[in-house]
Every structure is written in structure tokens, then in C-alpha cells.
Design a protein around this ligand. Structure first.
Ligand SMILES: Nc1nc2c(ncn2[C@@H]2O[C@H](COP(=O)(O)OP(=O)(O)O[C@H]3O[C@H](CO)[C@@H](O)[C@H](O)[C@@H]3O)[C@@H](O)[C@H]2O)c(=O)[nH]1
Length: 277
């Protein structure tokens, strides 16, 4: 069954790409990977193609199921022309995955700022039956104190206060609304992607959570530790920052004119909880 897919957007991640793919494929639970590359000039996509030769043909039970069963494609690549932004990379990746029947879709950076081992916690927060089961699980840096390692203090403050600002303007109580480490159930994405998602940079992360919240989906924050990358560079820019600041206001205003119809009886008022994982 096609169950779990980690969507990893990449732009110039040649120093990280092989290690992150290998790490995900050695986790104790199975995850497929889709890399969405925006024509990285450093050859990230070519490295992924080389790895597809290994992982999609490996006759090794730890990589591809049992040795006697036919090998299944686990490493996918979606190539786009030019740098079109993190948000549209995820949207294209999600649409690709939904059309292929994946049940749980993950967002994760390529640079190890998110620990791939936490994918398992995010998955179980959404998949395990019970009263606390989430529709969306957010890997949260701020749900238990401030858990960010190696970021300059200016960036920590900006990120933390971005959360305060978002909560103040939108009324949503998610502690880490800009988080980029998330698990969505496929049925959630089927609903929210009916709306055009406007933003391309990190405001995209806020917009996705805000839309889920408006629809009444249950958002759960799972504590994680975010560790700044040691290889390659961040693509954060002042344009992305401005988009986030003004985008939140735009989101709030346009939400007055849009109807969100909660899909489930139980989800008419969203709860955000800390998964005790
Ligand atoms: N395809 C594609 N990928 C991109 C683009 N821009 C960035 N990426 C990829 O998106 C991931 C995150 O980009 P970074 O530039 O490393 O993000 P960051 O500054 O560390 O920001 C992190 O924190 C933000 C909030 O504080 C998060 O909103 C963001 O998602 C990310 O987790 C990396 O895998 C990077 O290669 C783009 O235009 N296109």
C-alpha cells in the first residue's frame, strides 16, 4: 500500500541530498520520498537520479521490501524549471502524491534542520486511532519552551515573534505556525487544496495551517528540536519576510469573505494539543 510520502523541496541541496535520503530509508518504519527540485544549478536533481538507480532497483530487503517481492519505486523526483518557491513546490508535490494514492504526506526540509526520526512521531500522531488523533501534526519548536539549536538569536526572535503576531492577527492558537515539518492526512489536503493557496515563501506555511484551522481540522503540535543546517545556505530573504508579514493580514481579511465548511462533526472547534509522544 502507498501509505507515507515525505515531500522534500530542494534548491541547491547537493551537500545534503544524499545523506537525507539515506537517513529516511534507514528509519525503522517505511517512508517513500518525493524530491521537488527547482532546477538547482548545483546538480541536486542529477544526484537524485543517480540515487534512484540504487534505491528503486535495490534487491535488498532493508531498502525495497523482501528480496522475493518485486521492487517498488520509493524515491521519486519532480523537476520544475527555475526557482518557483517553497510553497508551490509543496503544492505540486502534494497534488502528485494525492493522484497516486498516498495516505499521509509530510513536509520536511532537506538540510537536517528537521530530524528525520521525528517523522515517526508525526505519523503516529495522525494515524493512531484514539480520541487525540490529529488531522494535521505540526513538528513544533515552541510548544515546550524554545527548541532551536544554532540559529542566530535574531532569527530565533523573528521566528518566535512571527508566531505571536500570527496568533494575534488570526486568532489561531498554534504555537509554531511557520513550522515546515508537518504531517497531513490525505483527506485534509483533498479539502484544503480546493482553495487556491496564494503564498510561495514561508507565508505558505502559515496559510496552510490557517486554512486547516478554518475548516475545523484538528491540529496537534508535536514537540521537536530544530537544528540549523550545517551544510548549504538558507533561502530566507527580505521578500519572503515581507510576504509573511503582509500575507497574514491579507489572509485574515480574505477569510471574512470565504466560506469554510467544516468536514466533520467532531472538528467544528479545533483543538491543538501536545501529543505526548
Ligand atoms: N523546490 C524549492 N525548494 C526550496 C525553495 N526555497 C527553499 N527550498 C527548500 O526548502 C527547504 C527549506 O529552505 P531553507 O531556506 O533551508 O529554509 P529555512 O530558512 O531554514 O527556513 C525553515 O524555517 C522556516 C520558518 O522559520 C520554515 O517556514 C521553513 O519551511 C523552513 O523549515 C530546503 O530543503 C530548501 O532547499 C524553492 O524556491 N524551491
Amino acid at each position: 500500500m502507498k501509505e507515507r510520502l515525505v515531500v522534500i523541496p530542494t534548491y541547491n541541496e547537493i551537500e545534503n541530498i544524499e545523506a537525507i535520503i539515506r537517513k529516511v530509508f534507514t528509519l525503522p518504519e517505511p517512508f517513500d520520498i518525493l524530491i521537488v527540485d527547482d532546477g538547482s544549478p548545483d546538480g541536486t536533481a542529477q544526484r537524485v537520479r543517480d540515487l534512484q538507480e540504487i534505491f528503486n532497483t535495490a534487491n535488498d530487503s532493508s531498502l525495497s521490501g523482501t528480496a522475493n517481492t518485486p521492487t517498488r519505486t520509493r524515491l521519486h523526483l519532480l523537476e520544475r524549471r527555475g526557482k518557483l518557491g517553497l510553497g508551490t513546490a509543496y503544492i505540486d508535490g502534494f497534488k502528485w502524491a494525492l493522484s497516486r494514492g498516498y495516505q499521509y504526506l509530510f513536509e520536511m526540509d532537506a538540510d537536517f534542520s528537521h530530524n528525520p526520526e521525528d517523522l515517526i512521531k508525526l505519523y503516529h500522531a495522525c494515524a493512531d486511532e484514539g480520541p487525540d488523533r490529529a488531522d494535521v501534526a505540526v513538528g513544533s519548536r515552541y510548544i515546550r519552551g524554545v527548541n532551536v539549536v544554532n540559529w542566530p538569536i535574531g532569527r530565533v526572535l523573528m521566528s518566535y515573534f512571527a508566531g505571536v503576531y500570527v496568533r494575534f492577527i488570526t486568532g489561531m492558537s498554534v504555537m509554531d505556525p511557520t513550522a515546515g515539518f508537518v504531517c497531513y492526512r490525505a483527506d485534509v489536503l483533498e479539502v484544503i487544496l480546493h482553495n487556491p493557496i496564494k503564498f510561495v515563501g514561508y507565508a505558505f506555511q502559515i496559510e496552510m495551517k490557517f486554512t486547516c484551522w478554518k475548516y475545523g481540522f484538528r491540529i496537534c503540535e508535536v514537540p521537536i528540536i530544530f537544528t540549523d543546517r550545517t551544510k548549504g545556505v538558507s533561502k530566507m530573504s527580505s521578500k519572503i519576510f515581507k510576504e509573511a508579514v503582509f500575507g497574514v493580514l491579507q489572509m485574515k481579511i480574505s477569510s471574512f469573505f470565504r466560506h469554510y465548511i467544516p468536514r466533520k462533526q467532531t472538528a467544528t472547534s479545533t483543538k491543538e494539543t501536545v501529543a505526548s509522544l
